[in-house]
Write a protein that binds this ligand. Sequence first.
Ligand SMILES: [Zn+2]
Length: 321
Amino acid sequence: MVSGFPGLSNVEGSRTRAYVVSGFSRTQLIAATRCSRISIVRPVETLAGWSLAALVAAGCAASSAQPRTIAIDDIRVAPSRQAIFIGDYDRALVSIAAVTERDLGLPALKASLHFFPNRDALRAALEAQGAYPVVARDAAAVMMAIGGPGSVFINDAAFADLNWNSRIAVLAHELTHTIQYEFAGGRRGTSDQWLREGFAEWVQARVLDALGVMRRDDIRTRSIRWVRDTHARRSLPPLSGLTTFPEWVAFHNGRARDSLYPYAFVATDFLIERHGLDAMTTYFRLFAESDDRLANFATAFGEEWTAFDAALGAYFTRLVF
Ligand SMILES: [Zn+2]
């Protein structure tokens, strides 16, 4: 199920930082937490494509809850259209699914949430799935949730300290990665890392908007501002330099890391505005058959990468200057 855990070595040394959902600070997203020392950090991807939503929860007491699994197919509660009425994982999952399936037309979510009571249990689970011990230890020390094909692994003690808006945000992002695997027949493939992340952020924004947490336009506006402010201080790399996981991690560990997800979100939003959501889903589906990323891009979006890159550059120039 989790074939790529040895690749977790790629997140060793990645630094934690303030979590921002597409340009929103955590103080805007998190109304209250039970642990005053908690700080949320950005998702980080593994080479194998697993997404790691990291969390530093020093000082928070570990949960005594036992490991448990919630499979979306087993849920019988009705979805809610308002996040304010979401107070359990069953309703959170079906409510996110209602947006991704009904509003966006994405495939039915088939994922399960696997809860581990604390970081030690998560570490053991990662090891059991094939991660190197030192890698599993380091990942479990800082990671809150790990999304992969058909599953999201969760550190229950860490997750329990988030309010429901934050949990919905993280779950929407991570569950989008499970959809990306579904598109590609369970394969990670060689789809561009910035597009994997940007699309997860884009879906997250739609979910948060649909459930009344944040308006999509506000997320976009704040993301653009985040990119512009970062660009004013230091240059952002071209997205052509963020196509592989190592490139993504290298940037993530650099000084401009805070703009990474807003940057990918704004670019993905531009791409979808330009070619539509169907083209985006076609792009991920093509990796079930081919790892020719440039050919897949041209087939899905009807233009060569170089043409899109030029258009995107002009778009960013208008936004940034
Ligand atoms: Zn991600």
